[in-house]
Write a protein of this length. Structure first.
Lengths: 237, 527
């Protein structure tokens, strides 16, 4: 067994070396182990994290962060729970950005494609700078999405933005004050609520339940004793 | 050895494995496997509770310590309400949002409080899907039977019947709000087969089902202008002279002030316990999954159920280091992905229930057929490239974009290389005992979602959690709202703490542990 174990060990030099690197967090330098995530680097450097951490799995968008690697002028964006630190990295968490969210009752919209311009009148003012796309840590072509929304191609937008974690990093960079993630959310919901086929099978099933189609089966099942129920369950494969 | 060299055996054995069919274990073999290898059966990791509503019942030591913990609220605390509402929802995940929306729609004044942001939850991470019996060859009864089998026949029948029967109407509600479930060519809802289910029943939004539902529900909570109290952690409930629940006390995590909310009903939708790291396991759970609702309910006298059983999701990432504990969705196994040991062999039917699959992975690793990492972890391969091999190039990218992206960030292409996985602490099977309206034995105290117990028995089936959240979030919200119209606001006291503290003292519990935990202590204290 020991022999076998030795053969099946993955090389991870980054773990063995325990190499420390120097990173700059919000302007202060700290030594942290190389390769840990930015969130873990915050904890390692002794900071209490309340804002700026959520699911820790790359889905909730709470930990949007800016970072720059050594000697590179380019400031990039990431989700801090998904980005490994490296030597010379400068990091700052993105503060909550006061973007305007329109409010609407999605179910009672009369003309959702036209309503877009009432709810988000800034949407058609995109100046094509592409900063939103560059800022997206989910690699969504945000700029293209905004244009598609404006031209009424809601279906494409809903597909393109399925990866959107609502981190909002596309918003502070927009020179036309568009909040692309919020526009896309409206468009996706409108697509789902108004422009998607109604699933016939679902309504049939709801009616079957209302009409008591399964009542006899329920009565039989719920009357069974423990043994009978176990035997019955064993027959369902 | 280089990881790619170790992965060769997976590539070499793929074709042979694809011709294999692995039968599921017999009930006797399942039991034996689980008893020998499942973490729930590691006796030394559990202890009986010494006092409180579940005195004598066994639970994980980490949870027992918190349940017996003291409140941070001291005598003479000023209980003058800062806010008054009909329905107070604690928790901003799926169950909390559903409860708030339904209570609001029923005309109640609603406040939703959460210790992180609205939506920061486990719900947002749910990838596998949501079980609802919409297919013609399926039925709510079959859904019931599958869930019962998965739960080792220990599920509460009434709760379970309610859940499976209300599933289809929940799907309709979500569709009306704009949730984009995957469809078949004819417009019907596409269903996938999940572990432990006899029929395809999983509704999905690619592998972003939880994210898509939560994006929509969060947006709806904001559109409905429901009053929010974010970054406020519940630290105690209040009760009147009869011991009925009348509100809650919060700690504002930004300014450290106390916030008192008077409410006619309280709905706890506080989620799970992964961040307690039971038995030292890594977890797939979000930052705030510290079981707060269990501690609060327990001190107020609510009975808990099935608190000795936890779900370890079979496929938590083991490599790279940064992703340890993160989930590799079960959807990959649903679509035929194999689990493969260091010898290139399959060892379990990948679509068996989570407890069986997890136990079998632990067995492989304990018996020396695992793959080790230099940081001392061990795991088995999940053959992800098999999906492209079987269904054509691009399948992984199309069906599992979230997974692809997560590994791509670390320069790993999981459509080409298999993933190393090991069970990760994923779900609390039990929780606070509730009735079909989601109410506990403490009047006007409701619990919905993962914090509640009974519905899933001793092992939750994949895809049943999202449905649980929506169904019991709704029922708690509607019941609490209906009650609010005809009842006065009860008095706010912390009288229940007197009895709890007296009991604690009798049992020598001067441990100094204050609960709930609120957030895990990951911050390093010294250099």
């Amino acid at each position: 067994m020991a022999q076998e174990d030795k053969e099946n060990i993955i090389d991870q030099p980054e773990v063995l070396r325990h190499k420390m690197v120097t990173v700059e967090i919000a302007g202060k330098k700290y030594d942290v182990p190389e390769g840990i995530t930015i969130i873990k680097a915050l904890w390692y450097s002794g900071q209490e994290v309340v804002r700026g951490a959520g699911c820790l799995g790359g889905f909730c968008g709470a930990c949007a962060a800016y970072y720059r690697t050594k000697d590179d002028p380019k400031v990039r964006t990431c989700l801090a729970c998904q980005m490994a630190v490296q030597d010379g990295m400068s990091i700052t968490m993105m503060p909550p950005f006061p973007a305007r969210k329109a409010t609407y009752d999605i179910r009672t919209l009369k003309d959702p494609k036209q309503d877009l311009f009432n709810l988000y009148p800034e949407a058609p003012l995109c100046r094509n700078c592409n900063a939103c796309t560059e800022a997206c840590p989910q690699k969504i072509d945000v700029r293209e999405g905004v244009w598609k929304a404006v031209f009424g191609d809601f279906k494409s937008v809903s597909e393109m933005f399925m990866d959107c974690v609502m981190c909002g990093m596309c918003t502070p960079v927009c020179i036309a004050d568009i909040a692309p993630n919020l526009v896309a959310l409206y468009v996706s919901r409108a697509q789902g609520a108004h422009f998607t086929e109604k699933p016939v099978g679902l309504d049939i099933r709801i009616k079957e339940i209302q009409d008591g189609r399964f009542n006899d089966e329920w009565t039989k099942l719920l009357k069974m004793n423990e043994k009978e129920l176990a035997d019955h369950c064993a027959t369902v494969k | 050895m280089d990881i790619h060299a170790l992965q060769q055996i997976v590539h070499q054995t793929r074709d042979a494995r694809r011709k294999q069919t692995l039968p599921k274990f017999s009930p006797a073999d399942r039991d034996q496997l689980i008893h020998k290898y499942h973490p729930d059966f590691r006796e030394s990791a559990f202890r009986p509770l010494r006092f409180g509503p579940n005195v004598g019942d066994k639970t994980a030591i980490e949870l027992a310590t918190l349940l017996e913990g003291d409140s941070s609220v001291t005598d003479g605390f000023d209980l003058t309400p800062d806010y008054t509402t009909d329905v107070l929802v604690v928790g901003g995940g799926g169950a909390g949002c559903a409860a708030a929306l339904h209570a609001h729609a029923a005309g109640a004044k609603v406040m939703l409080a959460t210790k992180l942001r609205l939506g920061d939850s486990n719900s947002v991470m749910a990838q596998g899907g949501m079980q609802i019996s919409v297919a013609p060859e399926d039925s709510p009864v079959t859904h019931f039977v599958d869930t019962l089998k998965g739960g080792h026949m220990q599920n509460d029948h009434q709760l379970l019947k309610v859940m499976v029967e209300e599933g289809p109407s929940i799907a309709k509600w979500l569709l009306s709000l704009g949730v984009l479930f995957d469809r078949d060519g004819d417009g019907n809802l596409h269903v996938k087969k999940g572990g432990g289910s006899s029929k395809p029943r999983l509704l999905t939004c690619s592998d972003y089902t939880g994210l898509e539902i939560m994006r929509v529900l969060k947006d709806e909570v904001l559109n409905q202008n429901i009053q929010l109290l974010e970054f406020c952690a519940a630290v105690e409930l209040t009760s009147d002279e009869q011991g009925h629940c009348t509100g809650a006390i919060f700690k504002d995590l930004d300014n450290h002030r106390d916030v008192v909310v008077a409410a006619k009903s309280v709905i706890l939708a506080t989620g799970g316990i992964g961040r307690l790291h039971i038995q030292g396991f890594p977890t797939s759970n979000h930052y705030g999954a510290t079981g707060d609702g269990l501690c609060l309910s327990y001190r107020l006298g609510a009975k808990l159920v099935h608190i000795d059983t936890f779900q370890y999701h079979p496929s938590g990432a083991v490599y790279p280091e940064q992703l340890i504990g993160a989930l590799v969705t079960e959807g990959i196994r649903s679509e035929g992905g194999h689990l493969v040991n260091a010898k290139g062999e399959r060892f379990v039917n990948e679509l068996d229930t989570r407890d069986v699959v997890s136990a079998s992975i632990i067995r492989e690793c304990e018996e020396g057929r695992g793959i080790r990492t230099m940081s001392g972890r061990v795991g088995v391969w999940l053959d992800t490239p098999l999906l492209d091999a079987a269904q054509g190039p691009g399948t992984m990218e199309k069906h599992f974009p979230a997974m692809m992206l997560q590994f791509e960030r670390f320069n790993i292409d999981i459509s080409k290389d298999p993933v190393l996985i090991f069970p990760t602490l994923h779900y609390q099977n039990g929780g606070v005992k509730i009735d079909t309206n989601s109410e506990t034995n403490v009047k006007n105290l409701f619990v919905a979602g993962e914090a509640s117990g009974g519905l899933h028995g001793r092992n939750r089936l994949m895809g049943n959690s999202l449905l649980d959240l929506m169904v019991f979030g709704k029922r708690s919200g509607l019941t609490a709202a209906a009650r609010a119209a005809s009842m006065p606001q009860g008095k706010l006291t912390v009288g229940h703490l007197k009895g709890f503290r007296a009991e604690a003292k009798k049992h020598g519990s001067a441990s100094g542990v204050v609960s709930p935990m609120i957030l895990p202590a990951y911050t390093r204290k010294e250099s």
